[in-house]
Design a protein around this ligand. Structure first.
Ligand code: NDP
Ligand code: MG
Length: 404
């Protein structure tokens, strides 16, 4: 279980060397902003991207990492050529192996795991195997690997700090009592852009509408996940893993204002909540500085100007993906891998306008019903199940005429 016991920084770790996996994404960019604000405290050792070599190049010139990784091997030469005639050039690595190298460099203290999707799993495991502080944004990696990542982190004294705002909130609220005094964990959910959309209009939702989240600016995949509430489903699984809880100990409540990021209920009837404006710089600053606190660049809440905070139970008809995630937890074994892989394929197809919004849960449900569930103990098995499910989901979309 991830628990906030106290820890003091030693004199030797005054400067923390950070590797940012997924530097060109929404979380990666916010992390670099945080580091820039505290330049003497953090040093950027490695940056990684997949396709966006233009931004990676700019980031390299600004932060001067020793290592840069381009995961998409086809773009490496283009990236490397940018440095000709330049005094500075980082060591450039490529592909999945390059990501693992960036996560496990000897000189790296902190790894920000901010790649989206299953692609981030091997590098996140490499960070755990080499005992890094892992700032975990890449929830899909934890959903897929479950106890494998948790066990590896604990075996190698790697400290996992949640970046997902809900889990970071829970982590902070857990310091209010002991493990056995926790009665339940309550994850808040904004409900996304379609909280009040009439159900009959769901089928016609476009990718642009789904990506226009009312409170958060995020990458496209997580934005769609928020609109279907699969994001909250993945987060329920994430919370079970991080905090060692059963699904029945995790409650989800809709809170459209996204001010309370989650709560912990204790046996005495107390509830501790974490409040902040919805800005990822807050959890990122928390995890970068933990157990200390630093300025995040985000103002504290002006309570008098806030207006009412609302809470309602989620509507399962509106958000079948949330129910599917609880179902995957009930099945256990490889079900979370299947859920995640089918969802990644379905979301990608939706973003390309190949399938409709309401077909995302149809694909995930079919995969959960038809792909064989097995016990998963090793990375190889997880990656094989992931691939098998992706094939199933792609074929299902083709063969059932879901593809427009
Ligand atoms: P983005 O889509 O904005 O960024 C994704 C990053 O991952 C980019 O750097 C991208 O590189 C890289 N990437 C994508 N595919 C691959 C691949 N196959 N191999 C290697 N790198 C790859 O995502 P977000 O920043 O929004 O989200 C990142 C993670 O954090 C997700 O797991 C998400 O669920 C989680 N998260 C995000 C939050 C947010 O506010 N954004 C909040 C809570 C959690 P490139 O740009 O070069 O293509
Ligand atoms: Mg979240």
């Amino acid at each position: 279980m991830v628990k906030p016991e106290t820890h003091t920084r030693s004199a030797s770790d005054n400067v923390a060397h950070v590797s940012i996996l997924g530097a060109t994404g929404s979380v990666g960019i916010s992390t670099l902003k945080g580091i820039e604000e505290h330049a003497g405290r953090f040093d950027v050792t490695a940056l990684t991207a997949n396709n966006n070599v233009d931004l990676l190049y700019e980031q390299c010139l600004k932060f001067r990492p020793e290592v840069a990784v381009v995961a998409n091997e086809k773009r490496v030469d283009q990236f490397s050529a940018r440095f000709s005639g330049n005094g500075y050039k980082p060591d450039i690595f490529a592909g999945s192996h390059g990501l693992e190298q960036a996560a496990s460099l000897d000189e790296v203290d902190f790894v920000m795991a901010a790649i989206v999707g299953a692609a981030g799993l091997p590098a996140t495991l490499a960070a755990a195997r080499t005992g890094k502080r892992i700032l975990l944004a890449n929830k899909e990696a934890l959903v897929m690997s479950g106890s494998l990542l948790m066990d590896m982190a604990s075996q190698h004294a790697a400290r996992l700090l949640p970046i997902d705002s809900e889990h970071n909130a829970v982590f902070q609220c857990l310091s209010g009592g002991s493990e056995r005094e926790v009665e339940r964990i309550i994850l808040t959910a904004s409900g996304g852009p379609f909280l009040k959309l009439p159900l009959k209009e769901f089928a016609g939702v476009t990718p642009e509408q789904a990506c226009a989240h009312p409170n958060w600016e995020m990458g496209r995949k997580i934005s769609v996940d928020s609109a279907t509430m699969m994001n909250k489903g993945l987060e329920v699984i994430e919370a079970c893993m991080l905090f060692g809880k059963d699904p029945s100990d995790i409650e989800v409540v809709i809170h459209p204002q996204s001010i309370i990021h989650s709560l912990v209920a204790y046996v005495d009837g107390s509830m501790l909540a974490h409040l902040a404006y919805p800005d990822m710089r807050v959890p990122i600053a928390h995890a970068l500085a933990w157990p200390q606190r630093i300025h995040s660049g985000v103002d504290g809440i002006d309570l008098a100007k806030l207006g009412p905070l609302e809470f309602t139970a989620p509507d399962q008809n509106r958000f079948p993906c949330l129910r599917l995630a609880y179902q995957a937890l009930e099945y256990s074994g490889s079900a979370a891998v299947i859920l995640n892989a089918a969802n990644e394929v379905a979301v990608e197809s939706f973003l390309k306008a190949e399938i409709g919004f309401t077909e995302i849960p149809v694909v995930v449900d079919a995969a959960l019903q038809h792909v064989e569930h097995e016990n998963m103990q090793e990375l190889e098995m997880i990656l094989t199940k992931d691939q098998q499910t992706r094939l199933f989901a792609k074929r299902f979309i083709e063969q059932t005429g879901l593809r427009h």
